[in-house]
Design a protein around this ligand. Structure first.
Ligand SMILES: NC(=O)c1ccc[n+]([C@@H]2O[C@H](COP(=O)([O-])OP(=O)(O)OC[C@H]3O[C@@H](n4cnc5c(N)ncnc54)[C@H](O)[C@@H]3O)[C@@H](O)[C@H]2O)c1
Length: 313
C-alpha cells in the first residue's frame, strides 16, 4: 500500500491529512512541519478520531525529520505563508520560494520516486520552481489550484441554477490567480447541457467574477486563507493518483507545446493517475477563452521571472 507525506501542518496541510486519513487513501501518512510539536499534536488529535470515524490509516507527525518521510509515493507541499486580507497570492513569492525550494530538496532526497503535489502559493510559480529543481520527470510534479477553483466554480454555478453541485460540470484553467484564472464557461454543463441554456449572461458573469475572487472572499471573512476546500481539493488529487482513478482534474503542469505554451507550469485539464500526469487534455476553447488563457500565461511568466531576480532559480 501507499505512503503519503504532507509537508506543512497548518490549516491546509492538516485538513488534507485529515481527509486522506479518514478516506484511507494511503496505508501510511506522515505530517511534517518545522514548528516543534505542531504535527505531532495535530496527528494525536486526528488519531483520537480513528475509533469514532472508523479508519485505520497509520498516521505519524514529526518535526523536521525528513527520514520519517522516506519512500513516500506522494508528497503534498503546503509549507509556506498564507495570504492575509488584501494580499495577492503573488506577493507571497519572496518568503515561499525559499521554503518550497528547501522542502523539495529535502523531500526528493528521501523519496526520489515521489510524485509532488504543490499547494503553497503563488502555486503556479512554486510548481515551476519544483519542476526545475527537483530533478523529477515533468509528469511527477503537479500543482493544485484548478481542483479548488473548479469546485468553487461548480458551487457558484449550482447556486445560480439552484441545482445540486454534483449535477454541474465545470472547470477553471490558467493561473491560480484572482485576476487571470479562466473559468471555462463554454464547457460548463448541467447534466451535459450548457449552463448558458439555464441562466442569463449577467448571472454567468457574476458566477465567473465570484469564482475568480473565491479565495480572496474567504481570506477577507476568515482573516487568513481558506482550508476546508483547499485541503479537500489536494486530497482529491492524491486520491486520483494513488487509486489510479484517471480523473480529469484541472491541474498545474509543465507544458511542452500544449495550448501553444512551453516552459511554463499552468492549469490545464489533466488526466491524473498512478503515474501522476498521465495526459494533458487539449480541449477546444473559444477564441475569447484562449486569449484569456494566454494572458494568464503571461502573468504566470512574469511571476516566474521573479525567481531569477531573487536568486532562487
Ligand atoms: N493552491 C491552492 O489552491 C491553495 C489554497 C489555499 C492555500 N494555499 C497556500 O498554501 C499554503 C499554506 O496555507 P495554510 O493556510 O495552511 O498556512 P498555515 O500558516 O496555516 O500553514 C503553513 C505551515 O507551513 C509550515 N512551514 C513553514 N515553513 C516550513 C518549512 N520550511 N518546512 C515545513 N513546514 C513549514 C508552518 O509552520 C505552518 O504550520 C500558503 O502558501 C497558502 O497561500 C494554496
Amino acid at each position: 500500500m501507499a505512503k503519503v507525506t504532507v509537508v506543512g501542518a497548518g490549516n491546509v496541510g492538516a485538513t488534507c491529512a485529515n481527509v486522506l486519513a479518514q478516506k484511507e487513501v494511503a496505508s501510511e501518512l506522515v505530517l511534517i512541519d518545522i514548528k516543534e510539536g505542531l504535527s505531532e499534536g495535530k496527528i494525536l488529535d486526528m488519531f483520537q478520531t480513528a475509533s469514532l470515524l472508523d479508519f485505520d490509516t497509520a498516521i505519524r507527525g514529526v518535526t523536521n525529520d525528513y527520514a520519517a518521510t522516506a519512500g513516500s509515493d506522494v508528497v503534498v507541499i503546503t509549507s509556506g505563508l498564507p495570504r492575509k486580507p488584501g494580499m495577492t497570492r503573488e506577493e507571497l513569492i519572496g518568503v515561499n520560494a525559499g521554503i518550497v525550494k528547501e522542502v523539495v530538496a529535502n523531500v526528493v532526497k528521501y523519496s526520489p520516486e515521489a510524485i509532488l503535489l504543490i499547494v503553497a502559493n503563488p502555486m503556479d510559480t512554486m510548481t515551476y520552481l519544483a519542476a526545475k529543481t527537483s530533478g523529477l520527470k515533468k509528469n511527477r510534479v503537479i500543482g493544485m489550484g484548478g481542483a479548488l477553483d473548479s469546485a468553487r466554480f461548480r458551487c457558484y454555478l449550482s447556486k445560480a441554477l439552484n441545482v445540486n453541485t454534483n449535477e454541474i460540470e465545470g472547470m477553471v484553467i490558467g493561473g491560480h490567480s484572482d485576476t487571470t484564472m479562466v473559468p471555462v464557461v463554454s464547457k460548463a454543463t448541467y447534466k451535459g447541457v450548457p449552463v448558458t441554456n439555464f441562466v442569463g449572461e449577467d448571472a454567468i458573469k457574476q458566477v465567473v467574477a465570484d469564482t475568480m475572487v473565491g479565495g480572496a472572499t474567504l481570506t477577507k471573512l476568515l482573516g487568513t486563507s481558506a482550508w476546508y476546500a483547499p485541503g479537500a481539493a489536494a486530497a482529491y488529487v492524491v486520491e486520483s493518483i494513488l487509486r489510479n482513478q484517471m480523473k480529469v482534474v484541472p491541474s498545474c503542469v509543465m507544458l511542452e507545446g500544449e495550448y501553444g505554451q512551453r516552459d511554463i507550469c499552468i492549469g490545464v485539464p489533466a488526466v491524473i493517475g498512478r503515474g501522476g500526469v498521465e495526459k494533458v487534455l487539449e480541449i477546444p476553447l473559444t477564441a475569447e477563452e484562449k486569449a484569456l488563457f494566454d494572458k494568464s500565461a503571461d502573468a504566470v511568466r512574469a511571476t516566474n521571472a521573479v525567481l531569477k531576480e531573487i536568486n532562487v532559480l
